[in-house]
Design a protein around this ligand. Structure first.
Ligand SMILES: Cc1ncc(COP(=O)(O)O)c(C=O)c1O
Length: 193
């Protein structure tokens, strides 16, 4: 596809989204997107800037999670916008498998470890991979270092939320947990109050 066709195609997608009424946008989400999250409002977000969301109805609201809780970069930050444009414009690879050496990944890892002070960084696609990695590391440490045998106990706080994988949905409160009843991958559990 040449650049002009791609540009027209992208423009059409944007115009199509802007032309939807609020009810139409919500109806599309409800019919075609899996119901793994409930909607807080039926007033679609049509524009975003910094911490501000602009709704179809004309309301402007403050986005307390600054984009998304697990990727809170704010909306349209000039640095993010320009970095993405420059990156794609430079013919850098869009997505690479981890089995291929990616120089940008190396630089990213160095930056994150320098910022956080940790030795290593595990790049992930979403927030739920954080607790998933923590479980794996904790279990490995328990078995290998502490000599724990059998099924380990996982401690977690009441009213927690970590995303939607099979493991963390077992930690939700009763009504949520009921939806995933019968699936018990964590083994023995103890709730911290
Ligand atoms: C506190 C918290 N942890 C984890 C997640 C899961 O993030 P993701 O859907 O990117 O896996 C969320 C998502 O809203 C979250 O709010």
């Amino acid at each position: 596809m040449d650049a002009a066709t791609a540009h027209d195609f992208a423009r059409k997608l944007i115009d199509e989204a802007h032309a939807l009424s609020g009810d139409e946008a919500v109806a599309l989400i409800e019919s075609h997107i899996a119901h793994n999250y409930g909607l807080l409002s039926r007033d679609p977000v049509v524009k975003a800037e910094g911490p501000w969301l602009y709704l179809k109805s004309g309301r402007k609201i403050f986005d307390g999670v600054a984009a998304y809780s697990a990727a809170n970069l704010g909306h349209g930050h000039p640095l993010v916008r320009e970095a993405l444009k420059a990156f794609l414009g430079s013919h850098a690879p869009t997505v690479l498998g981890r089995f291929l050496p990616d120089p940008w990944l190396g630089l990213f890892g160095r930056k994150v470890t320098q910022m956080t002070g940790f030795d290593k960084f595990l790049p992930a696609n979403g927030g739920v991979e954080g607790p998933e990695a923590a479980f794996k590391l904790a279990r490995r440490w328990a078995h290998k270092v502490k000599g724990v045998k059998g099924t380990p106990t996982i401690l977690y706080a009441n009213h927690c939320f970590h995303g939607r994988t099979l493991t963390v949905t077992q930690m939700f409160d009763e009504d949520e947990k009921g939806r995933a009843r019968g699936l018990r991958p964590l083994g023995e559990r103890l709730q911290a109050r």
